[in-house]
Design a protein around this ligand. Structure first.
Ligand code: GLU
Length: 492
């Protein structure tokens, strides 16, 4: 066995990374993975992880989306650092920084690195359509580059003078060296005529201002990178390292989307996944450490390195996530799950169905056969008096007339004996002798009577969790059900 991470570079506290979501919807699992890789990289190096909300597109950004992002990151345990220049610990918000972008755009104009473009929007649109009709890639023709006289009485946008010769090389940490021809790059608008700054410009101004050292993001941004590199140069700032993560795909190898199932972190929480399990699952979508599958958070921080990011796209597998979640449920500290289950119960309007202690008890009995916290919440509800729902198939198979005598006998014995595990063991031993039936044969109708299901923890655990009165009431109701059913179906 080799020494852990012998080949990794020594931690560098100067690492500064960011997660920069556009708040246009929920926190997507792809976004969460990007945040996680940045967070792990920063924590591994003892560096900084910032959160920047890219909300300059006001028509698409919402406060609800910002809430969902903060909420999702907090639930996953991905805490962000306060930026030194921020007034408070909250995330950096681009809409609060408009004056800086405007100032920087003007600076580029003054330095001759940007120019005023007077072309009206309709004209640009017409030229764009004409280019498309000719089968060309639309690109601004640069005509306003040549306008010498500044006329600030007319509306104008500021365009960046993108170099048209040579190449821009992206030396990507994940994908390797990628070369872009500069003549394919447009003269990017950096400030619109209404003074609003544009997306790529804000990103670069912020990454410069925040002294970001590594830009790790989805490869859907790869085409922005050569434009951004040119802006870095114009702003006279050294380039960060770029790393573009491959997309997460669905089982059909198309980009993961709603039609493959849930894509929002919030939904996985509602489906009863543990944040640790989702973190562990997401990290393996594009990163590996040998063939290890299960990692504690501390191990992830210790072992994470950008060297082990995979360039090929990862396929999302709900089965694997479920397997990981079930694995975590088997070992998680029971105390820590009670509040999570309580949240799920509260969402069903049953927040006061069980105390934390009770949830822990049910959890301990059910963890081995549960995949999610929803299974645990269902189990908690199942023991609540009056809340048993009998599964139709289990009823048909096990709550039948031949089961009646034994159920009746169990009822009597349970009623008359002390309600302890020893007494229950004795009771079943008696019953097996009396009937000549095996425990499994006797237990199955009783299990359905008590829990409504054909699969449950051991009968003694179930009895203990139900308590005497509820156990007896459920057996009585099952007997009535069978009797009612057999009367209904009896030949007249
Ligand atoms: N705001 C971009 C997004 O949500 C990310 C930009 C970046 O990381 O550079 O996709």
């Amino acid at each position: 066995m080799s020494a852990p991470d012998a080949s990794s570079p020594a931690p560098s506290p100067s690492v500064r990374v960011r997660f920069a979501p556009s708040p246009t919807g929920f926190l997507h699992v792809g976004g969460a993975r990007t945040a996680l890789f940045n967070w792990l990289f920063a924590r591994h190096h003892g560096g900084k992880f910032f959160l920047r909300i890219e909300d300059t597109d006001r028509s698409r950004s919402t406060d609800a989306a910002i809430e969902a992002i903060l909420d999702g990151l907090t639930w996953l345990g991905l805490d962000w650092d306060a930026w030194e220049k921020s007034p408070g610990p909250g995330p950096v918000r681009q809409t609060e920084r408009l004056a800086l972008y405007q100032f920087k755009a003007r600076q580029l104009l003054d330095e001759g690195k940007a120019y005023r473009c007077y072309c009206p929007a309709e004209e640009l649109d017409a030229r764009r359509k004409a280019a498309l009709a000719r089968g060309e890639v639309p690109k601004y023709d640069g005509r306003c580059r040549a306008v010498a006289e500044a006329d600030e009485s007319r509306p104008f946008a500021l365009r960046f003078k993108t170099p048209q010769e040579g190449e821009t090389v992206v030396d990507d940490l994940v994908k390797g060296r990628i070369v872009f021809e500069n003549r394919q790059l447009d003269d990017l608008i950096i400030l619109r005529s209404d003074q609003s700054p544009t997306y790529n410009f804000c990103v670069v101004v912020d990454d410069v201002d925040m002294a970001i050292t590594h830009v790790i993001r989805g490869d859907d941004h790869l085409n922005n990178t050569p434009r951004q590199i040119q802006l870095y140069r114009a702003l006279d700032f050294p380039l960060p390292r770029f790393g573009h993560l491959s997309m997460i795909l669905g089982s059909d190898k198309a980009r993961l989307s709603k039609r493959h199932g849930a894509t929002s972190v919030q939904t996985y929480r509602d489906m009863g996944y543990l944040p640790e399990a989702l973190v562990n699952y997401l990290v393996r979508l594009g990163w590996s450490h040998g063939d290890q599958e299960v990692f504690t958070r501390e191990e992830l921080i210790a072992k994470f390195s950008l060297d082990n990011l995979t360039a090929s796209a990862a396929v999302f597998s709900l089965e694997k996530l479920q397997w990981l979640n079930a694995t975590y449920l088997k070992t998680v500290e029971p105390k820590s799950i009670a509040p999570l289950v309580q949240d799920l119960l509260a969402k069903r309007g049953a927040g006061d169905a069980a105390s934390p202690g009770r949830i822990e008890e049910v959890f301990l009995a059910h963890r081995e056969r549960s995949k999610t916290l929803v299974d645990i919440a269902d189990a908690v509800m199942m023991y609540v008096p009056g809340q048993r729902v009998i599964d139709a198939e289990a009823e048909k198979k096990f709550l039948t007339a031949p089961a009646l005598p034994a159920l009746g006998r169990v009822h009597t014995l349970l009623r008359d004996a002390p309600f302890t595990k020893d007494a229950h063991e004795h009771l079943f031993a008696t019953l097996m002798t009396e009937t000549g039936q095996k425990m499994a044969t006797l237990a199955q109708p009783l299990r359905v009577a008590l829990t409504g299901r054909s699969v449950s923890p051991g009968i003694y655990d179930v009895l203990r969790l139900l308590g005497k009165d509820e156990a007896l009431a459920r057996i009585e109701s099952a007997i009535r059900l069978i009797e009612g059913g057999s009367t209904a179906h009896a030949p007249s």
